[in-house]
Design a protein around this ligand. Structure first.
Ligand code: AHG
Ligand code: MN
Ligand code: MN
Length: 325
């Protein structure tokens, strides 16, 4: 029988400081606990709406609130964390400590899928904290390239944790005893693909470059791309990105004209940035259209951004369309 390295042993061998490893272990342990709550569904009464809205005016599910509290409490108890920020919290929360790390997170991604038993996840990003003062919102507004760790947990047929710290991207599977075991070392995204992920119901609202790109894919062998494309859309970013990690593809949530003043649906600090670091470290690419997402200077904690990420050569095809205007 194959033996697998567990997360604690893997972390011990990583060339990162002990405090950062502590942060990652804290998030991982909490994600294992979240997995159990998500799996219990109706049995624990955790499905359905919470009856409240978050700062972005989205209806919160009970599980959005429960998972936000679980991660917030765990990170406040972690000696290496100076501050945290969440999709579900209006403002950043300092922990009372100075130095160490800042953590931003989407505690439950894909929450429209909870009540229909389709994969959801948790996304997190770790940034260095200022060394000489308690963090405020401005201290969180760092380039994605400053991230010192990022990852996601996907609660699907298997619960998996996909992480990057000092080097590449590694995938761990949760066993029945609550241990994370390294099952997918050195994940690499294929450079070429014939599979795209986009919410096609927004087609009439897209900008011309996105329309042209998708039109070209839909024409298949007879069109400009000369090959047939497949389409997938789970509507959980974690699940769509995980599929791309495993078999390649491109994921797009572009700007559209439904709410023209909003740059896109997804949030930079706790969705786009951590996923972009993972994708780049796995050999893929990630852009808002023209510039790399990791090079965007954030100006607001909950700011939104258009997202195109995945197989490197396909992202470049979309970037070329965007540059053509
Ligand atoms: P969240 O549940 O954290 O608000 O994020 C949902 C996001 C993302 O996971 C997914 O890719 C996208 O919303 C789906 O949007 P549509 O419902 O517009 O397809
Ligand atoms: Mn999300
Ligand atoms: Mn969420």
């Amino acid at each position: 029988m194959t033996t697998f390295v567990d997360l604690a042993a893997w972390l011990a061998a990583e060339p990162a400081d002990a405090a950062l490893k502590d942060v990652v272990q804290t998030v991982a342990t909490t994600c294992a606990q979240i997995s159990r709550v998500v799996a219990s569904g109706a049995l624990s009464g955790s499905l359905g709406a919470a009856g409240s809205t978050n700062v972005q005016d989205e209806e919160q599910k009970k599980l959005d609130v429960i998972t936000n509290d679980m991660l917030s409490d765990a990170l406040k108890g972690c000696a290496a964390v100076a501050g945290l920020a969440s999709e579900e919290l209006e403002q950043v929360e300092p922990t009372g400590r100075v130095g160490g790390y800042l953590v931003t997170f989407d505690p439950l991604d894909g929450s429209s899928n909870i009540d229909v038993n389709v994969s959801v996840g948790t996304i997190f990003s770790v940034l260095p904290a200022p060394a000489d003062h308690a963090p405020a919102e401005a201290d969180f507004l760092q380039l994605g390239r400053n991230q010192v760790a990022a990852g996601y947990a996907v609660y699907g047929p298997q619960t998996m944790l996909v992480l990057t710290l000092s080097g590449g991207v590694n995938g761990f599977t949760l066993n029945a005893d609550g241990q994370w075991l390294l099952t997918h070392p050195a994940i690499a995204i294929k450079a070429d693909t014939a599979e795209f992920a986009i919410n096609m119901s927004n087609q009439r609202h897209w900008a011309p470059p996105v329309r042209r790109y998708i039109d070209g894919c839909l024409q298949g062998k007879d069109g400009p791309r000369g090959k047939n494309f497949n389409m997938r859309w789970v509507a959980s970013m974690v699940a769509d990105v995980h599929r791309i990690m495993m078999r390649g593809g491109v994921f797009m949530y572009p700007w559209d004209a439904r709410e023209p003043d909003k740059p896109g649906k997804l949030r930079l600090m706790y969705e786009a940035n951590p996923m972009s670091l993972l994708v780049e470290r796995a050999g893929g690419k990630s852009t808002e259209a023209v510039i790399d997402i990791l090079d965007i200077q954030p100006t607001k904690l909950h700011q939104r951004v258009p997202v195109v990420l995945g197989s490197a050569n396909e992202v470049e095809v979309i970037r070329a369309e965007a540059k053509a205007g």
